[in-house]
Design a protein around this ligand. Structure first.
Ligand code: ZN
Ligand code: ZN
Length: 360
C-alpha cells in the first residue's frame, strides 16, 4: 500500500543504532477537516533530528521518522481549510504541527509556547497518534502550520529557514534587531550562519563571535561587519564594554559561555538570548550582579506569523543558506548523521531526490 493509505519514511528503529535507519511504511495521522497533505520535495537536517534520533531527549515510539524543515507540494486539502492554500501550492512545514489555537498564547502569536504544542516528530497528539517528520514521502499537518513559499526561493534553499531560520529570526525580531542596533551572533554553525544573514537583512550592524578566526571569511560573506575571535582576544569583554544591544547565542552548548563576563559587553537594557538546546542535564550558573541592566533568556522556535515575515525577508533580500545536498535514502540519512556528529557541515544539509526514493 502507498499514499494515501500509507506514507513512507526513513525511520530510526533503535536509538542505539540510529545511524542505520530503515525505510518503512507507516500510517498517516487520521485526516482532520483542517488538515493538508504535502508530498515532500526536500527536508533539511536540524541538530534536533540527531538528538531525537539518538534518544537524547527520551525514548521515542518506533518507527521514529525525524525531519522538521520540510518543503513540498499540497496534494490534499481538508474541507475546513480556509487559509487559501490550493492543490499544487509549494509550501513549508517547520518544527511545530499543532497547538490549541485558542489560548492567550496562541492568540498572541506565541504558538510555540502553547501547552498543547505538538512537535513535528515523536510526540503524541491528543488522540494518541505520534507525529512523524519529514524524512518521508508525505506529511499531514493542520493548515495553520503550513506556510506558502514564494516562487523565487528554490525548495532546497527554502527548507533550512523552516526551523533553524525561524528559531533565530524570532529572538532577533522580538529584541529589536534592526537599523542602528549592534547585534552579535555567538556561534557560527547551522543556526548562526542563518542568524548573521537575517540580522544583516534586518539592517543591524552585525558582529560575529567565534572561538577562533577559522570562520572569519565565511562570516564576512554571510554579512558580518565585524568579527571577534574570543580565544585570540582574551580581553574581548573589556574591549567591547557597553557595545551590544543584543547578543544571540547560537552555540550548541552553553557550557563554554561565560555568563559572568558576558554582560559587560551589553548596553543597559541589552538582551542576551540563547537558542541552544543543551542536554537535559546541563545547568547554568551565573551571578545575579551580572544581570544588572541586562536580561538573559531562552527562545523557542517562533510563531507562524514570524515564519511568514521571515520568508518575505528571505524572498526580498534574496538570502541563501549555504547547503550541501544528499539524496534521501537509508544511506543518505546515515551519511548526514555522521557528518553532523563530526561537525563537518557548512552549514546545512538538505535531502533531495524524494521522488526517486519514494516513487511519488
Ligand atoms: Zn530544528
Ligand atoms: Zn494554545
Amino acid at each position: 500500500m502507498s499514499y494515501p493509505e500509507k506514507f513512507q519514511g526513513i525511520a530510526v528503529l533503535d536509538h542505539k543504532d540510529y545511524k542505520h535507519p530503515k525505510k518503512v511504511s507507516f500510517d498517516p495521522k487520521p485526516f482532520h477537516p483542517s488538515d493538508v497533505d504535502i508530498r515532500i520535495l526536500n527536508c533539511s537536517v536540524c541538530g534536533s533530528d540527531c538528538h531525537s534520533a539518538q534518544g537524547n531527549w527520551g525514548m521515542k515510539p518506533k518507527p521514529h521518522v525525524v525531519g522538521h524543515e520540510v518543503i513540498g507540494l499540497v496534494t490534499k486539502l481538508g474541507p475546513n481549510c480556509t487559509s487559501g492554500l490550493k492543490l499544487g501550492d509549494r509550501v513549508g512545514v517547520g518544527a511545530q504541527v499543532f497547538s490549541c489555537l485558542e489560548c492567550n498564547r496562541c492568540k498572541s502569536n506565541n504558538e510555540p509556547y502553547c501547552n498543547k504544542f505538538v512537535t513535528t516528530y515523536g510526540q503524541a497528539y491528543e488522540d494518541g497518534y505520534v507525529s512523524q517528520g519529514g524524512y518521508a514521502s508525505h506529511i499531514r499537518v493542520h493548515e495553520h502550520f503550513v506556510v506558502p513559499i514564494p516562487e523565487n526561493i528554490p525548495s532546497e534553499l527554502a527548507a533550512p529557514w523552516m526551523c533553524g531560520g525561524l528559531t533565530v529570526y524570532s529572538p532577533l525580531i522580538r529584541n529589536g534587531c534592526g537599523p542602528n542596533k549592534k547585534v552579535a551572533i555567538l556561534g557560527l554553525g547551522g543556526l548562526g550562519h542563518m542568524a548573521l544573514q537575517i540580522a544583516k537583512g534586518l539592517g543591524a550592524e552585525v558582529y560575529a563571535i567565534s572561538r577562533t578566526s577559522a570562520k572569519k571569511e565565511d562570516a564576512q560573506k554571510l554579512g558580518a561587519d565585524h568579527f571577534i575571535a574570543t580565544k585570540e582576544e582574551p580581553n574581548w569583554t573589556e574591549k567591547y564594554y557597553d557595545t551590544f544591544d543584543l547578543i544571540l547565542i547560537c552555540a550548541g552548548s552553553l557550557t563554554d559561555v561565560d555568563f559572568t563576563t558576558l554582560p559587560n559587553v551589553m548596553k543597559v537594557g541589552g538582551a542576551i538570548r540563547s537558542v541552544s538546546i543543551p542536554d537535559e542535564s546541563q545547568m547554568l550558573t551565573l551571578q545575579p550582579f551580572g544581570l544588572v541592566g541586562v536580561s538573559i533568556g531562552n527562545s523557542c522556535l517562533g510563531s507562524m506569523e514570524e515564519l511568514k515575515q521571515l520568508i518575505k525577508l528571505v524572498s526580498e533580500k534574496d538570502l541563501k543558506p549555504w547547503i550541501e545536498t544528499i539524496p534521501i535514502s537509508e544511506k543518505g540519512v546515515q551519511e548526514a548523521f555522521e557528518k553532523m556528529e563530526r561537525g563537518d557541515v557548512r552549514y546545512r544539509i538538505t535531502f533531495v531526490d524524494f521522488d526517486k526514493e519514494f516513487g511519488n
